[in-house]
Design a binder for this molecule. Structure first.
Ligand code: G3P
Ligand code: CA
Length: 268
């Protein structure tokens, strides 16, 4: 593949399972990354946020309402923000039933549990620090969890880990604390501003709806924080037609809820 990570690859774009194989299993659960693994996908994307008592958990929204049974379990605690719940409370929630009865009892994973499973599956992680403005210092917390899990080893940093965020300051903070880690900025900065971003990021990861071949080429002309060509991973591509379109633009990675559809479309 044309690696999403630090290693350049010869062929097509990497296919990255967005929140796991989230079209087929509840997003951001261990079931979703296990399924991606069984389907043959090594790259998985997730979203990291912080609980009231400082634990990192893997959830997309800043509220637990959409993807768990928190409303029934804690009816008085609207709007059910992650930052207002303890890790012990969150650990009791059902994060699978909303998606389908077959997934009843799936839990919200802590980041620690999540990376241990990624490790067990021999997968690779595109970790998103979600809404960093809500969680001052979350970059340091994330790096601490990764280090304790063995994920800042030379091997992991070189081949298996990318940290991205919509928050430029968050990406910068990760780069400053661990310059060896591959980083990604989520968004599509103006071409004129790209050199500024290249000082702290190795990837520009834009929505596919705003992407063009010219923009991809402009990103590829730059060298990132590690002196390597800046890469482009685009999201969230869920149809064969869109996958073929962004493949023509020469993207390095395609982030998708339907990795099987994308794989068939780009021949990865
Ligand atoms: O990895 C890219 C994508 O996940 C960014 O958007 O809202 O799905 O986290 P979102
Ligand atoms: Ca995400």
């Amino acid at each position: 593949t044309r690696a999403v990570g630090p290693d350049p690859g010869p062929d097509g774009p990497a296919v990255i399972a967005h929140r796991g194989a989230s079209a087929y299993a509840p997003e951001n659960t261990l079931a979703a990354i296990d399924l991606a693994d069984r389907m043959g996908f090594d790259w998985v994307e997730n979203d990291v946020q912080r609980t009231k008592d400082g634990e990192l958990v893997v959830v997309h929204d800043d509220s637990l309402a959409r993807t768990t049974d928190v409303e029934q379990r804690f009816p008085g605690r609207s709007p059910w923000k992650i930052k207002d719940f303890t890790a012990a409370e969150i650990a009791t929630l059902d994060a699978g039933s909303w998606f389908g009865p077959k997934f009843a009892g799936a839990r919200v994973p802590t980041l620690r549990q999540y990376v241990n499973r990624v490790e067990r599956n021999h997968q690779k992680l595109l970790l998103e620090i979600k809404k960093p403005e809500l969680y001052p210092g979350i970059e340091k917390d994330t790096l601490r969890v990764l280090r304790r899990a063995g994920w800042l080893s030379l091997h992991h940093v070189k081949h298996r880990l990318v940290i991205q965020s919509f928050g430029a300051d968050s990406v910068k903070a990760v780069h400053e604390q661990r310059p060896d880690i591959t980083t990604g900025f989520l968004g599509a900065p103006a071409v004129a501003d790209l050199p500024k971003y290249a000082r702290f990021t190795d990837q520009i990861n834009p929505p596919h709806t705003s992407l063009t071949g010219a923009y991809t080429a402009a990103v590829h002309r730059l060298k990132g924080a590690h002196g390597r060509q800046l890469k482009v991973n685009t999201w969230t591509v869920n149809t064969a037609a869109d996958a073929a379109r962004v493949d023509d633009f020469g993207v390095d990675g395609i982030i998708t809820n339907h990795p099987d559809i994308v794989r068939d479309a780009v021949g990865d």
